[in-house]
Ligand binder design. Structure first.
Ligand code: LLP
Length: 463
């Protein structure tokens, strides 16, 4: 796949390749439950509602663009993961997908743990009351200050990403009179079937220590020899938006073979294995994600089988889903501005946000769906590209979609499945003000991350 499907230029895809987009849906007013949050539905008035609240009312109260997260759905998905993995396994929500203090509290209440990968995420987690021992700290270049804070706070585990870090964490922990629980992140040589930018377990990338060439075994030897560290397990994360369990199977097999090697060489059976996150969600009706209980069963079986073959006690498994929990629970609400038909090509629909609130289309060539949500329409489908208001022609939110031909300025449209990696990767490009995140539940809406203001921009600009 090309790394840059939309080279910045005056026009994109001016010749529509055959089969590039699917046929128009039979009912443009239908909302596919695969891509919309659980409580999203159409009301009698024709407008869409979430958590019992009409989007037209939400737009009036909170403005657009805005992200609306269905708290009921978030909690249900978190609980489904927790229940699927049961008491013998741990679920660490990957905070990078989207983190706020409200979310941390939901996770805490639903019995999940939390994976953080920066000092900022750690601060958010701790300030919302997540117990430190339920936090895992990740990152390929943690600073001394971050490591110190994590050790002092008493995080449940630090995931070591390099030989340098093994020594650094040991030194800091020892200096603080602590013995820090750690895992070692290994790269298992699996290239998950996904976009190149987000595949992480093949060798030529920045994360982890390779199993190949005995590097990971050497890392284990060093970690075991250092007083400041308590090595509890091995970590692997093979990529993102993965549907095929085969990659996890190979990863689990290779991690277990390292555990067997460690047992043979050091007489130690490491008690934990973390298989990371990366489970795919439905962005469009063409995607078919697996349910948490299927994933839990598949992973549990793979690890148990491999451990039996290696005559190892089955370690405690953990996973780190981010997108699979938060992704489907939110949508972005936009107001339609300019509608520009390009004869023989498509209609460009400009919205009041864009690549500053969803960079994924530009960055990964990601696919999204979109619907008219402020009313229904019986008009014919028209092929559209939903674009933002930024000064850049790659500023595309939804590449190819169908909306009713009577779409007009002032209509509200929504892009589903934007809960993960949209607000968390949002930027101030063109001095855009990052949209709020509004949690909706049982007829009530509350802002959990407020909209940025021009005062916020000026406060950072110290003149
Ligand atoms: N664990 C580790 C160690 C990770 O690096 C990640 C994601 C996860 C868990 C969670 O992965 P998830 O289940 O959310 O796919 N910005 C990209 C995704 C980058 C993910 C980086 N690491 C995107 O928008 O697709």
């Amino acid at each position: 796949m090309s790394r840059s499907a939309h080279p910045a230029g005056p026009r994109h895809a001016d010749v529509l390749p055959e089969g590039h987009y699917s046929a128009p849906p039979t009912d443009l007013n239908a909302l596919d439950p695969k891509v919309w949050a659980e409580t999203v539905t159409r009301t009698e008035s024709g407008a869409v509602s979430v958590g019992g609240l009409d989007v037209t009312r939400l737009a009036e109260e909170f403005g657009t663009p805005a992200y609306f997260v269905d708290e009921t759905d978030f909690r249900a998905r978190a609980r489904a993961w927790r229940t699927a993995f049961g008491h013998d396994a741990d679920v660490f929500y990957a905070g990078k997908a989207f983190l706020s203090r409200a979310v941390v509290r939901w996770l805490y209440e639903e019995g999940l743990n939390l994976d953080v990968c920066s000092g900022g995420e750690l601060t958010t987690a701790l300030s919302a009351g997540m117990p430190a021992d339920r936090i895992a700290f990740h990152g390929n270049n943690k600073s001394e200050a971050e490591i110190t804070r994590a050790v002092e706070a008493g995080v449940g585990r630090i995931v070591l990403d390099s030989f340098q870090e093994i020594v650094r964490v040991a030194h800091i922990a020892q200096g603080l009179g602590r013995r820090q629980r750690v895992q070692i992140r290994v790269t298992v040589g699996v290239e998950a079937h996904t976009h190149e930018f987000i595949a992480t377990a093949h060798e030529d990338q920045k994360f982890g220590i390779a199993l190949a060439g005995g590097r990971a075994a050497e890392a284990v030897r060093r970690a075991l020899s250092l007083d400041g560290l308590e090595l509890v397990g091995i970590h692997s994360h093979i990529g993102s938006q993965i549907f095929d369990m085969a990659g996890f199977e190979v990863a689990a097999r290779r991690v277990v073979s390292l555990l067997a090697q460690v047992r043979d060489e050091h007489g130690v059976e490491l008690p934990e294995i973390d298989l990371g996150g990366g489970l795919g969600i439905a962005y469009t009706s063409d995607d078919d994600p697996r349910e948490p209980h299927e994933i839990a069963k598949a992973l549990g079986e793979i690890v148990t089988r491999e451990c039996e073959a290696a005559r190892l006690r089955t370690p405690r498994i953990s996973v780190e889903p981010g997108r699979a929990i938060v992704g489907p629970t939110a949508f972005t609400l936009y107001e339609v501005g300019t509608v520009k038909p390009l004869e023989g090509l498509r209609t460009y629909v400009s919205v009041d946000g864009g690549m500053s609130d969803n960079i994924r289309t530009a960055l990964y060539d990601a696919e999204y769906s979109v619907a008219l949500v402020s009313r229904t329409s019986d008009a014919e489908p028209m092929l559209v590209r939903v674009v933002g208001k930024h000064c850049e022609s790659g500023d595309i939110v939804v590449k190819d979609a169908f909306l009713p031909a009577d779409l007009a300025t002032g209509d509200l449209i929504a892009v589903p499945a934007t809960g993960a990696y949209c607000r968390s990767m949002a930027s101030n490009y063109n001095h855009a003000l990052r949209p709020p995140v509004v949690a909706v539940r049982d007829g009530e809406a509350r802002v959990i991350v407020r909209r940025e203001t021009e005062d916020d921009l000026l406060r950072l600009d110290v003149g």
